[in-house]
Design a protein around this ligand. Sequence first.
Ligand code: HEC
Ligand code: HEC
Ligand code: HEC
Ligand code: HEC
Ligand code: HEC
Length: 194
Amino acid sequence: MRTAVKPLSEAVKGAACVVLALVAACRADPRGTPPTTTPADFVAPVNVDTTGLPGPVQPVFYRHDVHAGQYKMDCRYCHYAAEVSLHPGMPTMRTCMGCHSIVAGDNPEVQKFRDADLSDPNQSVKWVRVHVLPQFVHFPHMRHVKGAGITCQTCHGPVQEMPRVYQYSSLRMGWCLDCHKKNKVTLDCTACHY
Ligand code: HEC
Ligand code: HEC
Ligand code: HEC
Ligand code: HEC
Ligand code: HEC
């Protein structure tokens, strides 16, 4: 049981700090800018307890911490259109099988897709979307990645360390506007809204 009661002045100071901290948190992401790579000797854990992991469960337990983290595969190897298109692009099964016709064929998660007919789109893995903006919002990847040189991690967090991808940023309008203000980029409603 708590017995000591703080003097009022302390409580006021405490509350002021909380308010100031909140204001600061609104201006800059308190988590800072996440790193874009893992250390050279990074090894993804072999077994992961998936029960507490954030993010949607996927039909195949594809792991970014293994591919982008341990094996240091470039994000653009799979999300090939991030610099040239509104949409970053998703890898086809052919991209996966480029390696998995040889590598890790006995892994139970790889077995889920390694016999898929590559010419039949119906047999490709149906990934569950993690990020979904409302239909009325226009978000061009290439303008941010190529035009402004913003790293994927600034918006998506340290994906290369994630066994399962989750939504790292709020994707709220205020989040967009904060960064646009900081960078003196357009705040015009019609830039983002159709
Ligand atoms: C070997 C291919 C591959 C590489 C390399 C790769 N990804 Fe992915 N990425 C995928 C696949 C497959 C999915 C869908 C399954 C999932 O969400 O985990 C995905 C999903 C994502 C998503 C969530 C998409 C959504 O639905 O909103 C983000 C964000 C993402 N990747 C970012 C990255 C970043 C950043 C990197 C580099 C650090 C990277 N990826 C490297 C294959 C790859
Ligand atoms: C450039 C080569 C390469 C590509 C492309 C690739 N992988 Fe992998 N993948 C690997 C390697 C290497 C491992 C680790 C094998 C090991 O440690 O035994 C792995 C491991 C895996 C595993 C097992 C994960 C675990 O538990 O360790 C799955 C599932 C997987 N990959 C799915 C995919 C999917 C889906 C794609 C396409 C989106 C893909 N991979 C593309 C090289 C690749
Ligand atoms: C300025 C912030 C920002 C940056 C930088 C950024 N993204 Fe995104 N990303 C988003 C937003 C917002 C969405 C949701 C878009 C939507 O729903 O239309 C998204 C969606 C995605 C998706 C899912 C797309 C789909 O069609 O399912 C992938 C994959 C992805 N990003 C990968 C990347 C990669 C890889 C990079 C770096 C090369 C990157 N992003 C850089 C904000 C960003
Ligand atoms: C981390 C910073 C950052 C975030 C977060 C961000 N943007 Fe941007 N955005 C920029 C920068 C910088 C540019 C200017 C790119 C250039 O110079 O080509 C830009 C440009 C744009 C453009 C093109 C504007 C034009 O002049 O045509 C649109 C549209 C846009 N952003 C929409 C969004 C939306 C929607 C979101 C939120 C879902 C968002 N942005 C989040 C930094 C950001
Ligand atoms: C930089 C991009 C950007 C600009 C500029 C922008 N918005 Fe938005 N807006 C968004 C995003 C992203 C969402 C969806 C997420 C959310 O609801 O916060 C949104 C959502 C909305 C919504 C729906 C809110 C809800 O709760 O459903 C309205 C209304 C809106 N915007 C009006 C405006 C008006 C008016 C302007 C100009 C003064 C404007 N927006 C400028 C990105 C932008």
